[in-house]
Design a protein around this ligand. Structure first.
Ligand SMILES: Nc1nc2c(ncn2[C@@H]2O[C@H](COP(=O)(O)OP(=O)(O)OP(=O)(O)O)[C@@H](O)[C@H]2O)c(=O)[nH]1
Ligand SMILES: [Mg+2]
Ligand SMILES: [Zn+2]
Ligand SMILES: [Zn+2]
Length: 378
């Protein structure tokens, strides 16, 4: 019998197999595993945009990474600026690996309308235990910014060094690996959880080897809760969109039906101004709390689009968990993994509703208000 045991798909790193056509690493009969072919799942993601979840546990990913790390000179933790809290939480585990740690803040392009990569790096380094000179803001889709990072790595590490790219799912590790090495074999997709095994690629530009690994999953609470289509809907493709509005007590603002908030008190003035940020596919709803509940029960998928009806049922909507928060101008209230509300004017308090296991996070505003942006050319 043919032995596929140690052969892996160069797209996702999964072990090749010929038994389960729906599983990762499936290679149809007649395809030669040494012939630079990719598995059926990678092929479908690459050419047809068909996304299929594959199960792989953090414990096994971490075991593989811990084994790999000893031969590496440094770790580059890739963080997604749109999912900053979720993706930077991997830093705790990375710090224990006892290697120099650098942080790449990726997907800066989706915020380019409002804020520069330099401003993003300063904001991020204030919230991370990593000095600013070890924080690289970039867009893995932008050749020049990837080339700048490559040059800095080549200046800092001798030929023969190995650099480990690490992070949570979907932050752009494989995209960055492709850009740094000039090799476009790794499969890149909108679905969190694309890469399933470790792949090492030697750069075509230098004698540095880059190592791509599966993304850590457990810190992302949405992965076990949403279908592949809903998961990809949370991720901005080109830009984030923003929506500015004024809210009075009793009024609500929702990100699809993924999460929403209701203003209870808006101080003496009686209103607050909010700017919401979310992926391009998200639909913002501003209405009264009563009207919102009419639209949610029975659930109007046509109006909210995210989540789909079946995910809505499994999230137990509309019986989300309630959180009470005070807020004031200058704060972002983050619904982790799906977007955030920036308070632009006023103060008060309200209730936030999210599915079980996900709670809002408060932070200083990432994107300055329009007033503070005025006059700055970008
Ligand atoms: N807008 C934007 N999208 C990006 C950028 N880098 C990656 N992406 C997109 O983010 C998605 C995930 O990219 P991948 O490179 O597959 O991410 P990954 O970290 O390897 O993901 P896993 O293998 O699932 O852990 C894809 O849709 C990419 O096109 C970027 O700089 N800007
Ligand atoms: Mg990947
Ligand atoms: Zn594959
Ligand atoms: Zn769904």
């Amino acid at each position: 019998m043919e032995d596929l045991k140690d052969k892996r798909c160069p797209g996702c790193g999964a072990r090749f197999q010929r038994n389960d056509p729906d599983g990762a690493g499936y290679l149809p009969e007649g395809k030669d595993p040494d012939g630079n072919v990719i598995c059926k799942r990678c092929f479908q993601m690459k050419h047809y945009g068909v996304f299929k979840k594959a199960s792989i546990k953090d414990s096994s990913i971490k075991k593989d990474i811990s084994r790999e790390v000893s031969g590496c000179s440094a770790i580059f933790l890739v963080v997604d600026i749109c999912q900053f809290e979720i993706s930077s939480s991997a830093l705790d585990w990375v710090a224990d690996l006892n290697k120099p740690v650098f942080v790449v803040i990726n997907k800066c392009d989706v915020l380019s309308k409002w804020i520069t990569p330099g401003e993003i790096a300063s904001w991020a380094s204030e919230r991370l235990p990593v000095p600013l000179h070890r924080v690289y803001p970039l867009s893995a889709l932008n050749r020049k910014s990837v080339r700048d990072l490559r040059n800095r790595i080549e200046d800092a590490f001798p030929p023969g060094s190995k650099i480990l790219l690490l992070g949570t799912t979907n932050v752009g590790k494989s995209t960055l690996l492709s850009g740094l090495t000039g090799d476009d074999t790794p499969t890149i997709s909108r679905l969190p959880g694309t890469t399933l095994g470790i792949t090492q690629v030697k750069s075509r530009h230098s004698a540095i080897t880059y190592v791509d690994v599966p993304g850590l999953k457990e810190v992302n609470p949405w992965l076990g809760k949403l279908c592949a289509d809903c998961l990809t809907g949370l991720i901005p493709q080109k830009k984030l969109q923003s929506y500015s509005t004024v809210l009075k007590p009793g009024q609500s603002l929702s990100l699809g039906a993924i999460g929403w908030f209701v203003v209870d008190d808006a101080g003496e003035r009686g209103w607050i101004k909010v700017e919401a940020f979310a992926a391009d596919e998200m639909i913002f709803h501003r209405t009264t709390e009563d009207r919102l509940h009419e639209l949610l029960a029975p659930y109007r998928e046509d109006l909210f689009s995210l989540p789909c009806s079946s995910c809505w049922a499994s999230l137990e909507g509309p019986d989300y968990v309630e959180y009470r928060e005070d807020f004031h101008v200058g704060l972002d209230i983050v619904l982790p993994g799906c977007g955030w509300f920036s308070v632009r004017s006023g103060y008060g308090n309200g209730r936030f509703y999210l599915p079980k296991g996900i709670s809002p996070i408060l932070r200083p505003a990432l994107v300055p208000s329009q007033k503070d942006r005025k006059g700055q050319s970008r």
